[in-house]
Design a binder for this molecule. Structure first.
Ligand code: ADP
Ligand code: MG
Length: 361
């Protein structure tokens, strides 16, 4: 009986391996979208337009005005571990791009029923359209060739992915409602829009079912971060924010700036936008420390609004600790967080005294 239970070891099919790996990187529409936004930013885009159907589950589309993709690169575009950004392991010490592993587009092509890309560089006369499935070029219809075809298009890249997780039923079932997934996706767009609003990058996000936009920020060099915050979060919070300017420490090797709410603002939930080297990340330690600091300042149950942009030496950051890169590790993390919190505290103490002053008038 024992021996009949024995099953020999076999190699998994490459397609199974790749689909499993894709599931580790793409959890839901919002993180597929984050990867695509980061690709557009890596390509130098200044305008990024996003359209989602059923929260991105039915369709996720992103159009940018970045560098575009050369036709000769299209065959490798969705192949796993194919990238234009990283050449050898040593490059990881000094990455200035979001991407480096060449896994995002591959993953998306493994877990969507249909994916197509239209792209044009400014040196080409026309755009090319290519369809992908399971990491490779695929015909758009059975019987046709898989080769990219010329088509009309503007400079930049348009990517459309349809039917996310059509082949991963357990993942598909785990998704929330279309409305919930849409809100998560919109949250990612909104955070990048704030961070890049002051750097001349505009974002548009809408549902495919509507022509009205849910988010629309200008791609204008004169737009400031605070302007974008006001547009997206409202004046009620924008006018209560104080600017954290140029906190830096040479020994710890970091800089930090941002906007944080003062003692007059309090909300039921913390809003935390945290960017490390321009990448949107969860920084649980920083969030906890900031919340602890505000707990002493705000009425019970009140929470702050915080946007922090931290820059550390790329050689000190490990972005490879989490498959979705939403968590990063960096050297001197605890000291840096403590330093930032002390500076926020000082800033608020200053802002506080002026409030007391206006109060007593
Ligand atoms: P990575 O970003 O890690 O290189 P991706 O799978 O996200 O891997 O993308 C693969 C390659 O496709 C990138 O290295 C880049 O050359 C190209 N690419 C992807 N998206 C875009 C885009 N929006 N504009 C221009 N090139 C792109
Ligand atoms: Mg990428």
């Amino acid at each position: 009986a024992e021996s009949s239970r024995y099953r020999p070891i076999k190699r998994l099919d490459e397609s199974v391996v790749n689909r499993i790996a894709a599931g580790e990187i793409i959890h839901r529409p919002a993180n597929a979208l984050k990867e695509l936004i980061e690709n557009s930013l890596d390509a130098g885009a200044t305008l990024i337009r996003i359209t989602l159907k059923e929260g991105g589950i039915k369709m996720l589309q992103i159009q940018d005005n970045g560098s575009g993709i050369q036709p000769s690169d299209l065959p490798l575009l969705c192949e796993r571990f194919a990238t234009s950004k990283l050449r050898d392991f040593g490059d990881l010490e000094n990455m200035s791009t979001f991407g480096f592993r060449g896994e995002a587009l591959a993953s998306i092509s493994y877990v969507t029923a249909s994916m197509n890309v239209v792209s044009k560089t400014k040196h080409q006369d026309c755009a090319f359209r290519a369809y992908y499935a399971n990491g490779s070029l695929t015909p758009s219809k059975p019987g046709q060739s898989a080769d990219p075809k010329q088509c009309a298009g503007t400079d930049g890249t348009l990517i459309t992915a349809e039917d996310l997780f059509y082949n991963v039923p357990q993942r598909r079932r785990a998704l929330r409602s279309a409305a919930d997934e849409y809100n998560r996706a919109l949250d990612v767009v909104s955070k990048y829009a704030v961070h890049y609003g002051g750097k001349g990058v505009g974002f548009v996000c809408r549902k495919a079912s509507s022509n009205a936009t849910d988010l629309n920020t200008p791609s204008s060099p004169t737009n400031s971060t605070l302007d974008t915050i006001r547009t997206l979060h409202g004046n009620a919070v924008a006018r209560e924010l104080v600017q954290l300017k140029g906190v830096a420490d040479g020994n710890l090797g970091f800089q930090c700036h941002g906007w944080v709410s003062g003692a007059n603002w309090s909300s039921k939930r913390t809003t935390m936008l945290c960017f490390i080297n321009n990448r949107l990340v969860d920084c649980p330690l920083l969030k906890r420390s900031i919340e602890a600091l505000y707990a002493t300042l705000l009425p019970k149950g009140g929470h702050p609004w915080v946007y922090l942009s931290i820059t550390v030496n790329p050689a000190n950051v490990d972005v490879n600790v989490h498959p979705t890169k939403k968590e990063v590790h960096f050297l001197h993390e605890e000291e840096i967080v403590e330093h930032i919190c002390q500076d926020v505290q000082k800033l608020l103490a200053g802002a506080n005294s002026s409030r007391t002053f206006t109060f007593s008038q």
